[in-house]
Design a protein around this ligand. Structure first.
Ligand SMILES: NC(=O)c1ccc[n+]([C@@H]2O[C@H](COP(=O)([O-])OP(=O)(O)OC[C@H]3O[C@@H](n4cnc5c(N)ncnc54)[C@H](OP(=O)(O)O)[C@@H]3O)[C@@H](O)[C@H]2O)c1
Length: 393
């Protein structure tokens, strides 16, 4: 029931043949708050969050079930406690670090007839190589595991209170299957059809390799903008502002951004080559021929990633990143799922001899993880004192 949970719930509730919706919370106080003032509210972009608006006309969505899933009995006597039923359709809209633990926690209610859609930023944990290992360990065989789906979400939503968010920047959702679906036709799943039909989500279906690539590209944007805005405690646009009178070569931020992109590009290109060789992502697509491999290398090149990050940076310049907001609020951030993932992937690729015996330099991403977790705001000059030096792309 965070921001994306509210967005998905509101969008699904507007369907002409609306599916039954159950909102799941995991804290007793949220259940209490719901009982006191029931309803999910997703305000439109023009909503004035400062409270200066004339009245509040956004409808509340109240005709939904609310459940708190817990292993301990409910503290209130006015709620009904029961074992939950097997789950057929589940959207997991937690932060990245809670997503797989949540799916794992409810695994005895999931099975081959379940579809689970993850809505996190960062790479989904069920992509190769670990997805098949996880499904086999937990469900004995991929054909008996749920249908794992992932959404790449570009909408911007921020919270203005319990069960209330502002849909600040409407954009889109790309949805697809993360695993090979054990021979099932993922596109025909009920959950997929509901998400695609919910017009507010602007969702479209993508084949597996296209979704994988989109998630990688979004990861790069998040691995640059999020930690830097959290460390410098600034809005997104400040990262890309032209430094008047400053020699671009000496400016700290362009240098740091270039190092992060150089490292990410080397890791992602090695990963793409590895996936082409092993066939786990591209095995069933036409992308495995040489021309497409070159296209992939081009899309993950330093120049393409850099152009993409600066393009997105311009679009979201007035926003505050979620990591900046989490850092300010003293909350745990997603840095380990963004920059930490790039560091871990470099080590994994080295361990499976996928880097031509070379060590992949990911020191910039490791510095991002360390500085964000230290949670001490820095100035641009102080950031420049960390050992950032551009290696050859
Ligand atoms: N917001 C956006 O605009 C946006 C856009 C694109 C992508 N994303 C990505 O989408 C993900 C979610 O972001 P968000 O903004 O929606 O985060 P959020 O508002 O913090 O929502 C996450 C929610 O999950 C709840 N939760 C955690 N474990 C749970 C469990 N076991 N059962 C039920 N609820 C549980 C959290 O509750 P507690 O806080 O009480 O633990 C929180 O309310 C992140 O990966 C983010 O990067 C967000």
């Amino acid at each position: 029931m965070g921001n994306l949970g509210r967005l998905f719930a509101s969008a699904l509730a507007k369907l002409p043949e609306r599916p039954p919706l159950t909102l799941v919370v995991h804290r007793p106080d949220l259940l209490k708050q719901w009982l006191a003032v029931p309803g999910v509210v997703l305000h439109p972009p023009e909503y004035d969050a400062s409270g200066q608006s004339q009245g509040d006309s956004t409808p509340r969505i109240t005709d939904v079930d609310v459940e708190m899933w817990s292993e301990t009995p409910p503290p209130h006597t006015d709620v009904h406690a029961a074992e939950i039923s097997p789950i057929r359709n589940l959207i997991i809209a937690t932060k990245a670090q809670d997503a797989l633990p949540t799916a794992d926690w409810v695994r005895r209610y999931l099975g081959p007839d379940t579809a689970v859609a993850f809505a996190q930023n960062g790479m989904n944990k069920l992509w190769p190589p670990y997805g098949a290992i996880y499904s086999k360990a937990r469900y004995h065989d991929c054909a008996r595991s749920p249908l794992w789906l992932a959404c790449v979400v570009t909408h911007g939503v921020y919270s203005v209170g319990p069960f209330a968010s502002v849909h600040a920047s409407p954009a889109d959702v790309v949805l697809g299957a993360v695993d090979k679906a054990g021979g099932r036709d993922a596109r025909k799943a009920y959950l997929v059809n509901q998400i695609l039909a919910a017009s507010q989500l602007e969702a479209r279906w993508a084949p597996r390799h296209a979704l994988w690539l989109l998630q990688l590209e979004k990861l790069v944007v998040n691995a640059v903008i999020n930690p830097l805005t959290a460390i410098l405690r600034c809005k997104n646009g400040a990262l890309f502002a032209v430094h008047a009178g400053e020699d671009a070569v000496d400016a700290v931020l362009p240098r740091v951004i270039d190092q992060l992109l150089t490292e990410a590009s080397a890791v992602l290109r090695a990963l793409a080559q590895h996936e082409i060789r092993t066939g786990s992502i591209f095995g069933d697509s036409t992308t495995s021929d040489e021309a497409s491999a070159a296209e992939l290398a081009q899309r993950l090149s330093f120049a393409s990633l850099r152009a993409m990050v600066y393009r997105v940076g311009e679009l979201v310049k007035d926003n505050s990143s979620s990591m900046y907001q989490d850092a300010q609020a003293g909350k745990k951030t997603e840095v380990r799922d963004f920059n930490g993932w790039i560091v871990d992937m470099a080590r994994y690729l080295e361990s499976v001899a996928a880097t031509d015996s070379k060590t992949l330099d990911v020191s910039g991403h490791q510095i991002m993880v360390d500085l964000v977790e230290k949670a001490v705001p820095l100035t641009e000059e102080e950031l420049g004192e960390y050992s950032f030096s551009i290696k050859e792309a």
